[in-house]
Every structure is written in structure tokens, then in C-alpha cells.
Design a protein around this ligand. Structure first.
Ligand code: ZN
Length: 184
């Protein structure tokens, strides 16, 4: 009797201004073992970095997939992340709402972003079944933020000129710091 050990894979996060964050994504044709493995790795990676959500493009994969933390999606402490495969925003409503956002691809950056308060998303789960989720406030924001990744749109595209420059400077410093740590 052999029991397969649960392997954990924390993948490298692609950070701004890496051009891979702007690449075209594509729909998943079939949820196979490769996709299930990617979803497990995304889960490990999201939790290792304390993310509330993660998109496949943030680990350099172009499949249209994102995850949202189970608690953010309305579950309790132990809830599994909600997996969105080939997601589509089918409705946005409630007027513009200003709220703070961070992003795993912009470590240490938190900025106020204006978005519609509510969003409804239709997607496929890992069992290959279609489902819909509607969220407002934090969940609504997370759904729109993660969906933006699949169209190449990033946090920095959502703010004014002064904040754009601030983010660019902050990311430049962050990369310099990383290089120093790597060569140390
Ligand atoms: Zn993000």
C-alpha cells in the first residue's frame, strides 16, 4: 500500500513590470490532470504569499484561471479557495466604489482603486461544471481585480499619473532589493 504524499509547490510570482503580465491568455479546453496540478500550485502559492486571490498569469501561465480565497468568497476560515476557470464578468453594478487594493505582482504596493461595487462572474469549476458568483465590496473588488489579470490589466492602469509614478519607483526599489538579496 502506497500513499501519495501531498506535494507542495510554491511557484515564483511574476512581478511588475515583467511583460508576461500583459500577454494574451487563453481558455482552458478541458480540466485535466495538468490543470488540476496548476490549481493546486496556485493554491499553495497564494497562501504562501498571503494573497486574497491569484491568477494563473501571475505565475507565468496563460490559461484563463484565477482563484479567490475561500474566506473572501464568503466562506469560513477553513474554506477552500474558489477556482474560476474561463471566467466571464456577466454583470457589474452599484456605481463606483473606492477601495484599497494590493496585488501579489506589486509587493508592498497598496492603492485606492475605483470600481463598480458589485460584479457577477460565470465560470467553470475544477469538476468542469458552470457556476455563478455575485459579490459586492471586498468580493466584488477581488472578482474584478483577478478578472482584469486575464485581460492584461493591472493595478497600475487603474490609478492616476502621480500614483503610477509612485508605483513604478516602489517596484524599481523592490527589484533592486531582490537582486541584492540574491547576490548576497
Ligand atoms: Zn493582482
Amino acid at each position: 500500500f502506497a500513499h501519495e504524499a501531498a506535494s507542495m509547490a510554491v511557484l515564483d510570482i511574476v512581478t511588475y513590470p515583467d511583460p508576461r503580465l500583459r500577454e494574451n491568455t487563453f481558455d482552458v479546453e478541458e480540466v485535466d490532470d495538468g490543470i488540476r496540478e496548476l490549481v493546486r500550485d496556485l493554491t499553495d502559492t497564494m497562501y504562501a504569499h498571503n494573497g486574497a486571490g491569484i491568477a494563473a498569469i501571475q505565475v507565468g501561465r496563460m490559461e484563463r484561471i484565477f482563484l479567490i480565497d475561500g474566506k473572501v468568497a464568503g466562506g469560513d476560515e477553513d474554506s477552500e479557495p474558489v477556482v474560476f476557470i474561463n471566467p466571464k464578468i456577466i454583470a457589474q453594478s452599484g456605481g463606483d466604489d473606492l477601495g484599497e487594493e494590493g496585488c501579489l505582482s506589486f509587493p508592498g504596493v497598496f492603492v485606492d482603486v475605483k470600481r463598480p461595487r458589485q460584479a457577477r462572474v460565470r465560470a467553470m469549476n475544477v469538476a468542469g461544471e458552470m457556476f455563478e458568483i455575485e459579490g459586492d465590496e471586498l468580493l466584488g473588488r477581488a472578482l474584478q481585480h483577478e478578472h482584469d489579470h486575464l485581460t492584461g490589466r493591472l493595478l497600475i492602469d487603474m490609478v492616476g499619473l502621480v500614483k503610477k509614478e509612485m508605483i513604478k519607483r516602489k517596484m524599481k526599489r523592490w527589484h533592486t532589493q531582490q537582486e541584492r538579496e540574491e547576490s548576497a
